[in-house]
Design a protein around this ligand. Structure first.
Ligand code: KMH
Ligand code: ZN
Length: 308
């Protein structure tokens, strides 16, 4: 089996500050968490930005540039900037920072979907900021827009024009067929790095049978011209990424996807999750890929060719 790539998604745009005091919000918190995750073994850092004043998901390039150079100077991890941003943002807003930073990797979300966060609001009794409750509750009437035209635009702007390679976020089996369509159009070339996403309400559920099925279909559609990684939301994170490691895949952790380190226990930082999955995969006999090994596996352009 290949070396295993650990991706760490440091803060995201799903969780809100009232859910955990450890959710990185400021540039310093995002930087320190990213460096800690890299030191623990994360080869790829998947990054969103937040408004430091209140933790609101942000597309502001200034918020991104407040931490991107710091992270780049202090570790060799592959920087992967989200083009998903938040479902509340316009596509152009979502692309502002990746276009400026020209990172080695970006995410690409392979379908328009519901991205339902509102059940989480019912579990919060005390709110730190006024924006959080409407943000979460408003997701019952929110569309996370990723049309084929949007995807083609992102592939052109960030892939063709700026040399980024992609973490293809597939939340359902149908997204694999959409990815195959873009390969057939000649707009995507392998080796593909496909992130199977489980447990988002609006995407495929976090059942092990769905992981084996997603892999079965991906094998059918892409042969050996792809590698898969797995992320799973909340309590499903560790079981499903452990299964991914057993099946020869790669893994993604981070407080973007889960705030927990074990049942009922909040992770105090991203490194704790990286350390936990590293212990598990090494016990399984796999070894963790370095950033440069990940670059070679995914055919990335190199850290010296970004705009950061
Ligand atoms: N939020 C994760 C479920 C993106 O940033 O483009 C998937 C993700 C999407 O990370
Ligand atoms: Zn993300």
């Amino acid at each position: 089996m290949s070396k295993i790539i650990i991706t760490c998604a440091v803060t995201g745009s799903i969780h809100t500050p009232s859910m955990s005091p450890y959710l990185p919000v400021t540039a310093e918190e995002i930087t320190d968490n990213a460096i800690g995750a890299s030191a623990a073994g994360a080869a790829i850092l998947h990054l969103h930005a937040r408004d430091p004043a209140d933790g609101r998901p942000s597309a502001d390039t200034g918020h991104f540039m407040a931490f991107l150079p710091q992270i780049k100077q202090r570790c060799d991890a592959v920087l992967n900037i989200s083009t998903g941003g938040s479902a509340t943002m316009s596509l152009e807003d979502r692309l502002a920072a990746p276009k400026l930073a020209e990172p080695e990797m970006c995410s690409l979300n392979m379908g328009t979907m519901n991205f339902a966060l509102y059940p989480a609001a019912e579990r919060i009794s005390e709110w730190k900021y006024d924006w959080e409750k409407p943000f979460l509750e408003g997701s019952d009437d929110l569309v996370f827009k990723n049309t084929p035209r949007d995807m083609a635009h992102i592939l052109d702007e960030l892939g063709t024009r700026r040399g980024a390679r992609f973490e293809f976020e597939c939340y359902d089996v149908s997204h694999l067929y959409m990815l195959r369509h873009f390969v057939d159009r000649g707009l995507v070339r392998g080796p593909l790095f496909i992130q199977f996403v489980f447990g988002v309400l609006g995407g495929i559920g976090p059942d092990p049978e769905n992981l084996t099925h997603m892999k079965l279909i991906a094998d059918k559609l892409f042969g050996d011209d792809y590698a898969f990684s797995v992320l799973a939301a909340g309590r499903h994170q560790m079981p499903l990424i452990t299964m991914a490691a057993i099946l020869g895949g790669h893994v993604r952790v981070g407080l973007e996807d889960s705030l927990m380190i074990s049942r009922g226990v909040l992770a105090r930082n991203n490194a704790e999750q990286v350390e936990k999955i590293r212990r598990i995969v090494e016990e399984l006999g796999r070894s963790v890929a370095s950033p440069d090994e990940a670059r070679a596996m995914l055919h990335l352009k190199g850290g010296d060719r970004t705009g950061i």
